[in-house]
Write a protein that binds this ligand. Structure first.
Ligand SMILES: NC(=O)c1ccc[n+]([C@@H]2O[C@H](COP(=O)([O-])OP(=O)(O)OC[C@H]3O[C@@H](n4cnc5c(N)ncnc54)[C@H](O)[C@@H]3O)[C@@H](O)[C@H]2O)c1
Length: 276
């Protein structure tokens, strides 16, 4: 982050806060566990890879919990344990995700489809649902989900991954106004290519050979830290190599012609953009 950010990125600004992070065993999740712990938070590292989550938790003095993000009971159990043992969470970072790399949907089998949807889509819904009432009891909180650049643009090599990441953007933006009344923020981080296990060795070799810049996971962790400490909501922060995170600017959409309009609007459609 630049030195003119409105929050302290070096001090222990998260002391007394409890952060639950999914996909914590590796990559971006692991880097964010470390970043939050360095800022004083108590971290609950959740992953279906318990050995990996335990290794992270042991390094930072946190709590490791084994849970499959696609299983609603396991997600609820992870949040319940976080609450009973640590009192939180004040921050929930719903980050676990996988890719399948099926470009041609005629080759998509049902098992592969369900495998990605249950992590990338269901996992975020279950995490949000489990977090809300607990954050309310804490007097507020911060929700962040990992989308992707693929949540904002087409990604032909993996359209199901792309669709799920668009879902995450729509979900987190749509719940933001309702949750604002409860003192809970809701945002996404949208990384470009980041050096983690999700990139297979072939892609990694290609990127290295092409000299294409790849971000360290710590750069995404810094953006997530910025999202939870800045107080913004309904935003999608794009992360690209060599750049500061930037809030994506969504274009307005044309509304219906409103000849004879009474000024009344359908419930929930309060945006001026929805009306001409
Ligand atoms: N690396 C990139 O280039 C990149 C770019 C944009 C978005 N992302 C997103 O970042 C997020 C983190 O991925 P990463 O890049 O750190 O990859 P990663 O493979 O290093 O980490 C993913 C983690 O999620 C865990 N996980 C997978 N399925 C799970 C399940 N069902 N339940 C619980 N945990 C599960 C894995 O065990 C692993 O620890 C993902 O949502 C991914 O889509 C990554």
């Amino acid at each position: 982050m630049s030195s003119d950010t409105p929050f302290d990125t070096t001090g222990a600004v998260l002391r007394g806060k409890v952060a639950l992070i999914t996909g914590a065993a590796s990559g971006i999740g692991r880097a964010t566990c470390e970043r939050f712990a360095a800022a004083g938070a108590t971290v609950c590292a959740v992953d279906h890879d318990l050995a990996g989550a335990t290794a992270v938790a042991d390094t930072i003095g946190g709590l490791a919990i084994a849970a499959d993000c696609g299983d609603p009971e396991e997600v609820e159990g992870a949040f319940a344990r976080c609450e009973s043992e640590l009192g939180g969470p004040d921050i929930a970072y719903l980050n676990a995700g996988i890719a399948i790399g099926v470009a041609d949907l005629t080759e998509l089998d049902d098992d592969t489809y369900r495998r990605i949807q249950r992590v990338n889509v269901d996992g975020v819904v279950y995490g949000v649902r489990a977090a809300i009432s607990r954050m309310e009891r804490r007097g507020g909180g911060a929700l962040v989900a990992t989308s992707s650049l693929a949540g904002l643009i087409p990604f032909p090599p993996d359209p199901i991954y792309d669709g799920g990441k668009h879902f995450v953007v729509g979900l987190m933006r749509s719940i933001a106004p309702t949750l604002a009344a409860k003192g809970i923020t809701s945002n996404t981080v949208n990384p470009g290519i980041t050096d983690t296990n999700i990139i297979g060795p072939e892609v990694k070799a290609f990127l290295d050979d092409a000299g294409f810049p790849v971000m360290p996971a710590a750069q995404i962790a810094e953006a997530v830290f910025g999202l939870v400490t800045s107080g913004v909501t309904g935003q999608c922060w794009v992360c690209q190599a060599g750049r500061e995170p930037v809030a994506y600017e969504f274009r307005d959409v044309p509304g219906p012609r409103m000849a004879g309009a009474t000024g009344r609007r359908p419930p929930g459609l309060n945006s001026d953009a929805a009306f001409d």
